[in-house]
Design a protein around this ligand. Structure first.
Ligand SMILES: [Zn+2]
Length: 395
């Protein structure tokens, strides 16, 4: 959204007229522009649940921000809608850390600078605009933190009820934010219980789903995930097309949005190559799938990197890394702490999983999957103010 003084946080949603239909990202089945939080019906029947993507008519001929409404609205489902000033996050070069890591160029996209402190605001702006357009009165989601606070803020701006299914041990900073923003919180011990709660509210009561609720999972619903394409567009508008992009990943919404944005920029002839996308994960999940295990399996493991915890994989993350010729890197909690401290020495206060990308660079260099002459972009997913303080590991 423009940040001129005349901008308001709530405009009547205006759908992008270029948006023509939805398409399965796996089997290419074409579907009308209707909400389908379970993803592709054909792939669901085949026991390989798969996300949908939006298909636009002619792509814009240039990579320039829109004159009004959402900054990249012509590339997104909505031209105008609910905004709190998300996007236009800083893209910064870190020459000192680059030299420490032994790489030619290192830059960061600081998504913690979004209104509620995380990249999730890009999804909330588009998805809550969708919820308003279809006349929903309640938005419901399952979240470990960042998405919950973001949804609560955008629902407050839109005048919609927000219900969040969370874990019982959600960090107190999130609990306080949800209470202040007026969201209703339901706490559970297990991920599957959270998703069952969301399923009931969506399928039985008609609430609008902001996130997945199926197991095996799909990504979050398409009208929200499309919002992440703007990260790629902002990079391109700044002339920043890195060789590699590293993304802390749980179920791959941001990863897919980046892939989709860069792919369409390339199809429109506006960039000349696709960066290789790397999912950084706290336990081996996608890594195991890329080595041949079924994506629909379960991959249990514990981590303090709560924003990217969970034991499942989605096909959208598999496709994003395979189609961009990237892959997956596992960084444990000790590695994430080291990386977060490296970023802190550069002045960046980010959540634990955002630091894992720094350590992932070292691993990819050691494996010769990144060359020392290349440019690596790290997506800093959220600010560090929600991480529980643990004096044993933060010194
Ligand atoms: Zn399909």
């Amino acid at each position: 959204m423009n940040r001129s003084p005349s901008s308001s946080s709530h405009r009547q949603p205006r759908r992008n007229p270029r948006l023509s239909h939805l398409r399965c990202i796996s089997c290419a089945l074409v579907l009308p522009l209707e909400d389908s939080p379970r993803g592709c019906p054909a792939c669901e029947v085949a026991a390989r649940p798969s996300s949908l993507e939006a298909v636009y008519g002619d792509l814009p001929p240039s990579v320039r921000p829109s004159a009004s409404g959402f900054q990249w609205g012509e590339w997104l489902p909505y031209l105008e809608g609910v905004s709190l000033g998300e996007g236009s996050t800083p893209g910064l070069e870190l020459p000192r850390l680059a030299s420490e890591l032994g790489i030619a160029k290192l830059s960061v996209k600081h998504e913690g600078m979004n209104p509620t402190g995380s990249h999730k605001d890009r999804m909330s702006a588009q998805a809550v605009s969708r919820a308003l357009e279809v006349g929903a009165s309640s938005v419901v989601l399952a979240s470990s933190g960042n998405a919950a606070v973001s949804a609560a803020a955008y629902c407050a701006a839109a005048g919609l009820r927000c219900e969040v299914a969370t874990y019982r041990d959600m960090p107190q900073a999130f609990v306080a934010a949800l209470r202040r923003l007026g969201a209703q919180r339901f706490a559970f011990d297990r991920g599957a219980e959270r998703w069952e709660h969301v399923r009931r509210r969506v399928e039985d009561d008609g609430a609008f789903a902001l996130t997945n609720y199926c197991l095996p999972p799909v990504g979050s619903p398409v009208f929200g995930v499309e919002g992440y394409r703007a990260v790629a567009l902002e990079c391109a508008a700044e002339g920043c097309i890195p060789d590699h992009v590293l993304v802390p990943t749980a179920r791959g919404d941001l990863l897919w949005g980046l892939y989709s944005g860069f792919r369409d920029l390339r199809l429109a002839g506006l960039i000349d190559r696709m960066p290789r996308l790397w999912a950084v994960e706290p336990i081996p999940r996608l890594s195991r799938v890329l080595q041949g295990e079924r994506a629909q399996g379960e991959f249990p493991g514990k981590t303090a990197q709560f924003s990217i915890a969970g034991g499942t994989v989605t096909l959208q993350q598999v496709h994003a890394v395979r189609r961009s010729e990237g892959g997956a890197v596992v960084v444990d909690d000790a590695g994430a702490h080291r990386g977060t401290s490296s970023l802190a020495r550069e002045g960046f206060w980010v959540e634990l999983c955002a630091g894992s990308s720094v350590t992932a660079v070292t691993q990819l260099l050691a494996d010769n999957r990144i060359a020392i002459s290349e440019h690596v972009l790290l997506v800093l997913t959220a600010k560090g103010d929600r991480d529980p303080f643990d004096p044993a590991v933060i010194s």
